[in-house]
Design a protein around this ligand. Sequence first.
Ligand code: PMT
Length: 400
Amino acid sequence: MMNRIAGKNIVMGMTGGIACYKAVDLISRLKKAGAEVDVILTEAAQEFITPLTVQTMAKSPCHVDMFKPIDSFNPEHISLAKKADLIVIAPATANVIGKIANGIADDFLTTVLMASRSKILIAPAMNTYMYTNPIFQENLKKLESLNYELIKPETGLLACGDEGVGKLEEPAKIMEYIDYLLTEKDLDGKKVVVTAGPTEESIDPVRFITNKSSGKMGYEIAREAKARGAETILISGKTNLDAPVGVHRVNVQTTVEMLNAIEEYFDSCDLLIKAAAPADYRVQNTSDKKIKKTDENLNITLVENPDIAKHFGEKKGNRFIIGFAAETDSFIENAKKKIEKKNLNFIVLNDVTKEGAGFNADTNIVTIINMLGEEKKFPKMSKREVAKVILDEYLLELKK
Ligand code: PMT
C-alpha cells in the first residue's frame, strides 16, 4: 500500500469482543505504515486483551483510565480527541455503538468520541443475532446519517459457533479504508473506467488462449482512483484479486466482452485507462467439443480482435484516454505510434523485459509519453505508486 498513513495520528478504540485479537494485527499494520497509534481499551476489552499486548504493538502507553491524575491542565481525553487525524473503533460492540448513537459518554473512549472533530471509522464485530437486531440496526443507521464511517462485518462462522454476519472485517481491508479516508479527494466528481487483467479466448470447452497479465496494475489504478474520490468502474479479465473497496467491478472473459462492458460506461465517463492486456486474436472456429489428439499437427486459425483502445479513441469527444504499451523492443518508437493510432492522451510504457516491471510483478518501471511526444521516466515503484503518478499526470494534463 502506498503510504498516506505515515505520520498520521490514529486513535484506536478497542471494545470488549473476541475480535480484539484480530484488531492487534491492525495496530501492527498501522505502525508498519508509519502511523502514531494511541489505543484506548474499554474495561470490557481488557477482559480479552491486556494493555501490555496493546502498548507493545502500538509502542506507546495504552489508555485505560479516565480519572488518572493529570500533570498539566490538558485532560487526556480532550487532547487525544484533538490530535487524532482519524479515530478507528475496532472491534466495535453493540454496546459502544448504542452508546455513541444515544450520546452516552461514560468512559474514556466515549468521552474522546464525544469531544472529537475528526472522522470516526467504526468496524463492528458481534454475534449475528445481535448484529441483525432491529434496535442495533437503528443505531447503525443513525450513525450513518451522522456521517460516521462504517465497515460492514464479514459473514462466516463466528467465535460463538453461530454462522452469519458479524465477523470483524479483515485488517487489510480496514487498512484500505483508512487509506481511503486519509486521501485527498482530488478526483471528486470524476468517473473513471479502468480495464485490468488478461482476456481469454476459447479454443474448445477446456482450452483457451491468454497471457501473463495478473491484473495488479489495473487494480492498483482502480484502488487509487477510488481513494482519490472518483466513481470507479473496473472492467476485469480473470484474476485472483479482490475488488478494491468501493470499486464497482465488472468481470469479463473475452476481448469482445471487454469492449462491450466499457461501452456501457463510456458515454458518462471522464477518463478511460486501458491497463488490461486484451488478446489481439481469437479462434475463428471455436469447437464446442474437446478437440481430440491425433498424430498430426493441429492448425488453429486466429482472427483479429477489435482494438478496444482504438475503438474508443475514435469517439473520444472530450474524454481522456490513457493507454499502456507493453513492449519488448523499439520501446519509445512503438509507444509513440500507439498514441497516434489509438488517439490516446498519453501512454504508459512499461519495459516488460526488465526485472520488476510489467506482467505479474508488484512493481513497475514506466515512462509516460504524451501526445506531444514529451517523455517522463520514472524509477522502479510499487504499482500503487505508478497508479498515483498516472493520475497526477492526468490532472496536470487537464490543467494545460
Ligand atoms: O496485469 P499485470 O500483471 O499487473 O501487468 C500489467 C501490464 C503489463 C499488463 C500493463 O502494465 C500493460 O502494459 N497493459 C497493456 C498490455 C497490452 O496489451 O499492451 P499492448 O502494447 O499490446 O496494447 C496497447 C494498448 O492497447 C493497451 O492499453 C491495451 O490495453 C490496448 N489494447 C490492446 C489490444 C486490444 N485488442 N485492445 C486494446 O485496447
